[in-house]
Every structure is written in structure tokens, then in C-alpha cells.
Design a protein around this ligand. Structure first.
Ligand code: OGA
Ligand code: MN
Length: 294
């Protein structure tokens, strides 16, 4: 049986049905899923039952996986999930208890509420993120997505010319810093130094031009910091107008794939005394955006 792709929004986001992702993946289905991602940028599968290992195995069909092994972060805390290839996007601690308000990992995770794209702060950034819902709260906790291709297309020509060729500096510490989450050790800071990324790139799968921006971006290389920051804030404001945004309301068993190369996303608030257990695997892009087509 082959998959069915059903668009959700005029510009992006599609539902995919007719496939059990826990089973071995056939090449034709893999290619059809990839084609849907290239077209829709965000795809949603409902009613899946995946172990962490199955989620990782599925993701591996789409590229090498970003591992957190070399990070100096969080070395001292007990982790809930074993593999370095899966990120714990939950509000649970190492003992499966809802984290208290001041828990370090909770404060770090709050930066997911800012518009961003995953791992743009790494030299080789994230390509596809695959987030799977184990437990979701009854209310709140949606994830919102913004289509950065449509946002780029809608820019006035003068603006397109102005941002052509610009490079932004991205750092995980910049996004955390916006929320005053700043108490990092010298080892942590050194493990993820700022990196340059293009502000406009061409998506390799669709050949569409797209913005590549995030709350991780602090300034524009070669421009006074305040001017570059204001430009980035303007671009984020433009790209997150409601006409470019879709909110995903989670159901247990959803697997959502988004393409970090041409979208931003953010988590929305929920009652943090309730459990929200999502887990993410992200594939690596092929190179820094500076080494890819502009
Ligand atoms: C992520 C992320 C958003 C959410 O997993 O990268 O930003 O809604 N998650 O949890
Ligand atoms: Mn994210």
C-alpha cells in the first residue's frame, strides 16, 4: 500500500496516511515522503506507535542523525532517554517526574518557545526534525510552524535585494540569553561557539529560495550589531504573520516532520504541572549554509 498525502494549508503542511512507521520502510514510500517534505515542508503522521529505537531507525533513512554526544551541556544531570541521537523534548526529569519551575533543563527548554529552526547554531545545521508525541496535555502545548519560502516570496523586491548575500551569526546562547537563561560554564559555552549562516538560501529539494532565520541569530556579519539585530527582528516578524503560520494541535501518536532548512517553529505554553512528553530526532544538513547554494 502506498501513502496518501493530504495538504492542510494553502502554502505548506500536509498529512500523510497509509503507513506504519514502525515497520521497515520501503524505498518508494521513503521517496514519496521525501517528495512531500520538499513540497509541503511540514508533514504529519497520526496514530503511530514508535519506540525510541524505531523513531531513530526511521529517521536514519533520511540522513545522518545529529547526536548530542559531543556537547558539554547537561553532563551532570540524570537523563531519561538513553540515546544521544534522540532529544528529550519533555517536561520530565531523569526519574520521569514533572520538573519543577527552576529545573535547569526546563529553563533551557523554554527557548523552544521562541521562533527558531533547529541547530542553526551548529556549523552543519539541522535538516529534518522528527518530533513524536508520547504524552500530550489536553490543552495548550501546540507547535506553530512558519513557512519561510512563502515569507521570502512575499518580500518586496527591494528587501530581497537588501538581504541578498547577507550572513547572520547564530548562537544557542543568544536565544537562551533573550530569556535571561545565562548561567553556563566556560566548557558549555566553548562547546557551541557562534557560527555564520546565510540569511537567504535555496532549498535543495524544491529549488525554492527561502529565508533562513531564527532567534539563535544575533546579528549580521559586517553590519553594526543593532542594525543587524533590528533587520533580523523585522524578518522574523514578517515571516510569522498568520498567513505564513500553521499551528499543530498534538495527539498522542503523532509524528511531525519539519524541514529546518525552510521553516521556523515554536512551542506554545501549557499547564506545566501536566505531562508533555515529546521526543525528537534531527538529521544533519550536508554542510554549512555558506558552503551551499545561495
Ligand atoms: C523542538 C521544538 C517545539 C515543541 O523539538 O525542536 O522546538 O512544541 N519543539 O515542543
Ligand atoms: Mn526546535
Amino acid at each position: 500500500m502506498s501513502i496518501t498525502v493530504t495538504p492542510t494549508h494553502p502554502e505548506f503542511v500536509a498529512g500523510i496516511s497509509g503507513i506504519d512507521l514502525a515497520q521497515p520502510l520501503h524505498q518508494t514510500d521513503r521517496d514519496a515522503i521525501e517528495a512531500a517534505i520538499n513540497r509541503y515542508a511540514v508533514v504529519v503522521f497520526h496514530d503511530q506507535t514508535l519506540t525510541d529505537d524505531q523513531q531513530i531507525a526511521f529517521a536514519r533513512h533520511f540522513g545522518p542523525i545529529h547526536s548530542s554526544a559531543q556537547r558539554a551541556r547537561h553532563k551532570s544531570i540524570k537523563h531519561r532517554l538513553v540515546s544521544d541521537e534522540i532529544a528529550d523534548i519533555s517536561n520530565l526529569d531523569g526519574d520521569n517526574k514533572v520538573m519543577d519551575q527552576t529545573a535547569r533543563r526546563r529553563l533551557d527548554g523554554l527557548a523552544n518557545r521562541l521562533w527558531h529552526t533547529d541547530a542553526s547554531f551548529r556549523a552543519v545545521p539541522g535538516a529534518l526534525s522528527m518530533l513524536y508525541a508520547h504524552v500530550v496535555p489536553e490543552e495548550g502545548g501546540d507547535t506553530e510552524f512558519a513557512d519561510l519560502r512563502a515569507a521570502y516570496d512575499a518580500l518586496p523586491d527591494a528587501r530581497k535585494a537588501e538581504i541578498d548575500g547577507l550572513v547572520a551569526e547564530h548562537s544557542i546562547w543568544h536565544s537562551r540569553g533573550q530569556l535571561d537563561v545565562t548561567k553556563y560554564s566556560p566548557e558549555e559555552l566553548a562547546s557551541l561557539p557562534p557560527v555564520p549562516q546565510r540569511v537567504v538560501r535555496t532549498h535543495p529539494g524544491s529549488r525554492r529560495k527561502t529565508l533562513y532565520i531564527a532567534s539563535h541569530a544575533s546579528h549580521i556579519v559586517g553590519m553594526p550589531v543593532p542594525d543587524g539585530r533590528l533587520l533580523l527582528l523585522d524578518l522574523i516578524e514578517h515571516a510569522t504573520q498568520s498567513r505564513f503560520v500553521h499551528a499543530h494541535r498534538w495527539r498522542r501518536g503523532d509524528l511531525v516532520i519539519w524541514d529546518n532548512r525552510c521553516t521556523m517553529h515554536r512551542a506554545r505554553p501549557f499547564d506545566t504541572t501536566k505531562v508533555r512528553d515529546l521526543r525528537r530526532v534531527t538529521t544533519r544538513d550536508v554542510a554549512s549554509t555558506l558552503e551551499q547554494a545561495a
